[in-house]
Ligand binder design. Structure first.
Ligand SMILES: [Zn+2]
Ligand SMILES: [Zn+2]
Length: 102
């Protein structure tokens, strides 16, 4: 199940579980749309993959047992383990390759 992490790994801004500004890679590395567009250029600095908008988990329990209240968002903040200079070098080497060819 998707963790719905509470923050951007790069700039640490809060990302609400019902926000439309969260982006995730296939490993759930989570960043804000601003960082993905202007700093990461659709390259996950952890795995090299591309990003997709993070789905919003419904707050209303329309099926029994499944809702944000039943499976709450994670509260564990995640911070990027790479130095910013390393991130820039990594992204420069990957961003020219389409995500489906990485
Ligand atoms: Zn960010
Ligand atoms: Zn990733």
């Amino acid at each position: 199940m998707l963790q719905l992490r509470p923050n951007c790994e790069y700039c640490d801004r809060d990302l609400a579980p019902d926000g439309t500004d969260a982006r995730i890679c296939s490993y759930e590395c989570t960043f804000c749309a601003d960082c993905v567009d202007t700093v990461l250029f659709n390259v996950c600095p952890n795995c090299g993959g591309g990003f997709a908008p993070r789905p919003v988990r419904p707050s209303t329990e329309r099926r029994q047992g499944v809702s944000l209240g039943r499976q709450p968002a994670s509260t564990e903040r995640v911070r990027l383990k790479w130095e910013r200079a390393d991130v820039a070098t990594f992204i420069a080497g990957v961003r020219g390759i389409a995500p489906e060819r990485r």
